[in-house]
Design a protein around this ligand. Structure first.
Ligand SMILES: Nc1ncnc2c1ncn2[C@@H]1O[C@H](COP(=O)(O)OP(=O)(O)OP(=O)(O)O)[C@@H](O)[C@H]1O
Ligand SMILES: [Mg+2]
Length: 345
């Protein structure tokens, strides 16, 4: 049975619909990420799940009990980290984190130990006596995260909890959240703009756009089997080519291929490579640049530019710009997109 069940949730603000028939179920212990561009409705959905916002239609159930805005039900132990941190300004970091434990009437000694532990894990020890305005954005975010985690909620709702944290701390905070979440089996709904973060952390990703769920699935499914152009465009990089380029002339829609799934060869090697399961193309290497651990080539084929990624080997490149090159595309690497949905986004 699902732990969180969202049925047909709709929401409008000032006559503009920001959530359209949202259906989603989250299993107990699952880590689900809402991923989508700014303004697509992620925070609104999270606030409805938390009971902080009323939906216009539909229902949300957590552990079998309906969530009604403004009413806290016994047995619904929900922790939330807001996008704006929302710390109590008149309380120190320590008092902010201890707040939920005090409400639970836990002994002061126990509170000290648990708050100390979580502050240590989140690298904010030493900030106990600082008020929110005396901490950086990233530190405030970690206090907010500690405040939610320390109460060991059954459902954890995290709205971009790492957006103000620098890249290095962010990486360790990601594994920390995932570790605690797994160890304690906390059902978690996480919101991010960051697709890499979503891929690394999630059991399942829900891609949203303009108040609608465009696709949900495991990171593998979302990355390798996008169901529409929006998801294909939003996650990673794709080349979009007409079907007839890859021998699918009867297919009306476009075909998309990841840059890392195209092989680039010296032009004179092209004949020796590929088989009946692959397509061979010729083009001009217009541009070549380092992205980090990969190198990206821009190859002009006909009137299109095709991106090709290869590992950035220590021996450097054997290609020159303005060189004629060959491309080999395995037909199995081509994904057909249903025409229509998400077009133009
Ligand atoms: N209280 C409100 N009154 C009016 N409009 C609102 C209100 N809250 C949100 N909106 C609008 O609803 C839409 C969805 O907002 P929401 O905050 O859910 O987006 P989001 O996906 O969380 O975006 P971001 O990634 O920027 O945080 C936006 O167009 C926003 O302007
Ligand atoms: Mg938001």
């Amino acid at each position: 049975m699902s732990y969180v069940q969202i049925n047909n949730v709709e929401k409008s603000y000032q006559g503009r619909q920001v959530l359209k028939k949202i259906h989603l179920s989250v299993a107990k212990g699952e880590f689900v990420t809402l991923l989508g561009p700014s303004g697509c409705g992620k925070t609104t959905l999270l606030r409805i799940i938390a009971g902080l916002e009323r939906s216009d239609a539909g229902s949300v159930r957590v552990n079998g009990k309906e969530i009604l805005a403004g009413q806290h039900k016994k047995g619904q132990n929900i922790g939330m980290v807001f996008q704006s941190y929302a710390l109590f300004p008149n309380m120190t970091a320590y008092e902010n984190i201890a707040f939920g434990l005090k409400l639970k009437k836990i002994s002061p000694e126990n509170i000290r130990q648990q708050v100390g532990e979580i502050m240590d894990v989140l690298s904010i020890s030493g900030k106990e006596n600082n008020y929110p305005h005396q901490m950086s954005g990233g530190q405030q975010q970690r206090v907010a995260l500690a405040r939610a985690l320390v109460t060991k909620p059954d459902l954890l709702l995290l709205d971009e909890p790492l957006s103000a944290v620098d890249a290095k701390v962010r990486e360790s905070a990601r594994s920390l959240i995932r570790d605690i979440q797994r160890r304690m089996g906390i059902t978690t709904i996480f919101v991010t703009h960051d697709q890499l973060e979503a891929m690394v952390m999630s059991d399942r990703i829900v891609v949203m756009n303009s108040g609608e769920i465009m696709q949900h699935g495991t990171p593998e499914q979302i990355y390798h089997k996008p169901e529409n152009r929006f998801v294909a465009n939003f996650i990673g990089t794709y080349n979009f080519v007409p079907g007839d380029w890859v021998g699918l002339s009867a297919y009306e829609g476009e075909v998309c291929i990841r840059p890392e799934h195209i092989q680039m060869l010296k032009k004179d090697q092209l004949e020796q490579f590929g088989d009946s399961g692959s397509v061979r193309l010729q083009g001009l290497l217009a541009h070549y640049y380092i992205l980090g651990n990969t190198v990206r080539a821009e190859v002009v084929v006909g009137d299109r530019k095709i991106l090709v990624d290869r590992l950035n080997g220590f021996q450097g490149s054997e290609f020159e710009t303005n060189e004629e090159v060959g491309l080999v595309i395995d037909k199995d690497a081509c994904t057909m997109l249903a025409p229509g949905r998400g077009e133009g986004n």
